[in-house]
Design a protein around this ligand. Structure first.
Ligand code: PEP
Length: 251
């Protein structure tokens, strides 16, 4: 049985103090979420050290939102995977569309970052997804396939066990426009087929594939009921503990 996960991506929101309060509020009611659903919060770098204390001994795991593409050295402003590990991080998001769009994140860089993260013992939430033009041109299958091939095909089946995919149609992120459950399921099933063709059916079947894009308490249950949707990467709605937990409870 593959893991079900609901992960909150706080993006560049909350002060450190607000983040601690938010994490405490999540922890306080995390017991209401079915035990088989993994909970992750992906916070800004500045919050991670304090948050790891808040989350220690709880079921809520800690993620970064990015990492450097070098192990250490003269890279001013960057944060390495060993730094993330040293503050108790268990995961990092990589390849979020906002990083691809605004910070020149390429698939080549993502291969390097994923390798560094896995070597450091971090799990990776790798985001893929098409933008609106690509969707309207009917290229969404090709775009997702290429992103998966360019990054994940450089890793072994064993390494894939530490990677979760998040399918996030860019046109649905922060826009209030959710992909319909059928649209999301169609791509999730397709991604699983791409993985099966390369790594075999068992590896593909074990892979956790999350949906992200304006997921909220009112639409989570329908999305999560789809056979190939294994949870969500939640942006805006993860900034309210009750909404985040309501989404996770949708299982
Ligand atoms: C995200 O940025 O990963 C995301 C899914 O955002 P939102 O839920 O706000 O659309």
């Amino acid at each position: 049985m593959r893991k079900k996960i609901v992960a909150g991506n706080w993006k560049m929101n909350t002060t450190c103090q607000e983040g601690m309060e938010l994490a405490k509020a999540v922890v306080a009611k995390a017991g209401e979420v079915p035990a088989n659903v993994g909970l992750i919060v992906a916070a800004p770098f500045t919050h991670l050290c304090c948050l790891s204390e808040v989350l220690e001994g709880t079921r809520v795991e800690l993620s970064a939102q990015n990492c450097a593409d070098h192990a250490s050295g003269a890279y001013t402003g960057e944060v390495s995977v060993s730094m993330l590990k040293s503050v108790g991080c268990q995961w990092t998001i990589l390849g979020h569309s906002e990083r691809r769009q605004y910070y020149g994140e390429t698939d080549e860089k993502l291969v390097v970052k994923t390798k560094l993260a896995l070597e450091a013992g971090l799990g990776v939430i790798l985001c893929v997804g098409e933008n609106l033009d690509e969707r309207e041109a009917g290229k969404h299958f090709d775009i997702c396939k290429t992103q998966i091939e360019n990054v994940l095909f450089n890793f072994t089946a064993e390494e894939l066990k530490s990677i979760v995919i998040a399918y996030e149609p860019v046109w649905a992120i922060g826009t209030g426009k959710t992909a319909t459950a059928a649209q999301a399921e169609e791509i999730h099933a397709f991604i699983r087929k791409v993985l099966a063709d390369k790594f075999g059916a068992q590896v593909a079947d074990d892979m956790t594939i999350l949906y992200g894009g304006s997921c909220k308490p009112s639409n989570a249950a329908e999305l999560f009921a789809q056979p190939d949707i294994d949870g969500g990467l939640i942006g805006g709605a993860s900034l309210k503990a009750d909404d985040f937990l309501a989404i996770a409870k949708a299982y």
